[in-house]
Design a protein around this ligand. Sequence first.
Ligand SMILES: [Zn+2]
Length: 459
Amino acid sequence: MRVLVKGGTIVTAADTYVADVLVVDEKVQAIGQNLQAEAERVIDAKGKYVLPGAIDVHTHLDMPFGGTVSADDFLTGTRAAAMGGTTAVVDFAIQSKGKSLRDAFDTWQEKARGKACVDYGLHVAITDLPDPVLAEMPELVEAGVSSFKLFLAYKGSLMVDDATFFKALRKARESGALISFHGENGDVIDVLVKQMVAAGQVTPRYHALSRPPEAEAEATARAIALAEMAEAPIYVVHLSAALALDKVAAARDRGLPVYAETCPQYLLKSIEDYDEPEFGGAKYVCSPPLRDKANWPRLWSGLNTGHLQTVATDHCPFNFKGQKDMGRDNFAAIPNGVPGIETRLYLMYTAGVLGGKIGLNKMVDLIATTPAKLFGLYPDKGTVAVGADADLVVFDPAVEHTITASALHQNVDYTPYEGFKAKGAVAAVLSRGKVVAEGGKFVGQVGAGKYIVRKRFSA
Ligand SMILES: [Zn+2]
């Protein structure tokens, strides 16, 4: 199958130029001016941007949490991703305590089987690391898991101690993997949550107050110090607070291989959202929590200066009715997470690029190119280039639309961005050469998304 994308403005992390793109089967075969090629399908991209398919390296599909399960599975989640211009996700397979890493990997492969609508990779989250499990890490890297995650928060469930963290860092370094971590001090948070609940402080705002930015800064600094001792690279997921960013910036300025991600919710939503009436604040309960607005300009500036390198979504959807309301009488029982797999490109383009916060090439770098490089997907994915996978987004900057839950494809009954006036819409999406989204409809094939054997980490 040959597809010719004609006359669009190609945008990569480095360049912006008008050219045609010829796709043959799954790959980009040629890029050039006025390509004279026969094609079964011609897409007119004049006046539109042609972007590399975005990559979301932080999703939680079909994930058990707090007695319930995230509302998008691999089918609905990756379909929504495609609709929003994301053509690859890297989801977290969570190790159950007492079980092997392989078991987590197999469990998540089973969740994805026959369902993925775009390509996907897996990180494995380590919750328990006796020696036989530690010894498994290189095998997992062999199987394409070139990154692991550990939690410094969620005491009593996911949280690990410093010894576990340090061992994982050393083993990852040996095996060519990148360790990422959830940076919040779980011990302190545990004390604060118990105190607040005992005092009857149970509304959603207390979720944020029980998880102060200092707890994030401390855990971030500690993880960076452990990585330095282990001489290992490290990646901070969902950085939310300027205080934590300062720790990352200081480490990077010393030349340490420290990388950090933030998410649209930390750039656009704030602690004030927890006061939405009728328990509406529960919609924004995620960890780390939303912060004071004073953090916003610092995070945008971190993206611009390179102290923050990626924007992922931490898509972890729970319905407002039936899931979030488990915590109506106690914020600690509200499942943690917000949906966002489908809206990232719209938010980053409208608020970021048109809002004068970041350039267009920078946006592509943050949501596609650098994630691809850090997580072993580059150069097959993450850019528009001859020989790369034909994962392409034709983006029409002229279309305006309002983000509303009912128009999105995520399987969740709300969006944190309800009413957001977006400029620019996805006109067409190609996943390995096949058109999967077009004119607001999913036209791909359920199950056509392939597991990606990711390459080892290299700085
Ligand atoms: Zn997460």
